[in-house]
Write a protein that binds this ligand. Sequence first.
Ligand code: BGC
Length: 524
Amino acid sequence: MAGGAIVSATGGKEYPGKLTMFVLLTCIVAATGGLIFGYDLGITGGVTSMDPFLKKFFPSVYRKQKEDTNTNQYCKFDSQLLQLFTSSLYLAALVASFFASTFTRLFGRKWSMFGGGLVFLIGAALNGAAENVLMLIFGRVLLGIGVGFANQSVPVYLSEMAPARLRGMLNMCFQLMITIGILCANLINYGSDKIKAGWGWRLSLALAAVPAAIITLGSLFLPDSPNSLIDRGYDDAALQMLRRIRGTDDINEEYNDLVVASQESKKIKHPWSNILKRKYRAQLTMAIMIPAFQQLTGINVIEFYAPVLFKTLGFGNNSSLLSAVIIGVVNVLCTLVSIFTVDKLGRRKLFLQGGIQMFICQIVVGTLIAIKFGTSGEGSMPKVYAGFVVAFICIYVAGFAWSWGPLGWLVPSEIFPLEIRSAGQSINVSVNMLFTFAVAQAFLSMLCHLKFGLFYFFGGWVVIMTIFIAFFMPETKNVPIEEMVLVWKGHWFWGRFIADEDIHFGSNAVEMSNGKQKQKGTGV
Ligand code: BGC
């Protein structure tokens, strides 16, 4: 065999090949699947703070807000109904991701993205044209189904297409698109809120059709990933695709490893019960803990409710929306930092640094609010002081944007062996959605009851997740995706769950000494 794989300095295997223009474009198009998720994350908070929208669909909430003589700043916007509007989408996405798993396995990642985009498109049209709450909620359920399918297929697709040493960078284009989606939504809300005639909210909701059209049409031009082609029996097509995306004919080693992985996966009849096996304990734990922790950073308190939060801090309507725009810009720019460093620095360093930064900011923001509003929630905030609060929120968002934001999608997409990849990704998406739902649903009530302590609450979780990463998350940078089992096998804790017979790769077995290969750079 010419060339073949070599073992890289980091202990991972490196297959020959380069970053081709074809694979780069393919990944950029696929990543636009993140736009629909991001657009929705960003649009909702602004729309629910617009009076004409509230008057039309939630008149009781509107009345209550206007009549409210409560001076307690923490409790001004507490409404379960309004929170349900925000969070219904995430429930739909949660359920959809389970169906998306089977769909993605049987028909490939491409059609899953196409289907997701199409359903989202219909949802956007319904929302823009909504005349009553039913249309609104039904539209949101369709949006949720779209997000469930896209978030199921896009990260996995990106990780499969990318050469191992650039996987972090290419996969993170998904998160970059999420943040661009959020920013566009923030900007549109800022503009549409100014429409005097009161139909600005319609524009905001209907424009979701733009990102939906991009991924729906874009996906039609996408090739299937070699992993998925082999898995569905198209071996020749897979071989050609691998040559094309790696830009070399020297792909035999990688191809063979993919075939072995696929054969292993074929032996598995029930991916759902299979993932419960002892040897997958590490992956299962990560599929649950990583998305749960991502949401417990509290990021969506900021994403959904920044305008409401800033109103609470005494900002006017438009300056609240403007602050949301500023946060959106920080989010996009700091995601770029991660994209360009993740394959060099590795996942662990970013996780740990980002965690510490977020924690410090949460303590500072909580304390700044405590000083002005105390526990009674009465008081006001001078402009400069509020400016400091916004600044620390921005530093917090920066920390999230180069750590848990992109890594929360990257890490789960790269750690599952093929036989449990779709099922594992479903768990990842649904746990993410479950916690997104819970935070969206509970935030306003939590602010009302926990007051400034809300920031300490999420800060506490950041401490726990940072310790978790330090001890339980091995470094996965540059390791080929079908070889990840070696990383777990070499880990001080997870290694005990994997028997030597569980390692099936011929060439790798040789590299293992006593079944205990210590991966350099695993950190622990
Ligand atoms: C998270 C979202 C979050 C967004 C913010 C994503 O990775 O899954 O919940 O709103 O990042 O940028």
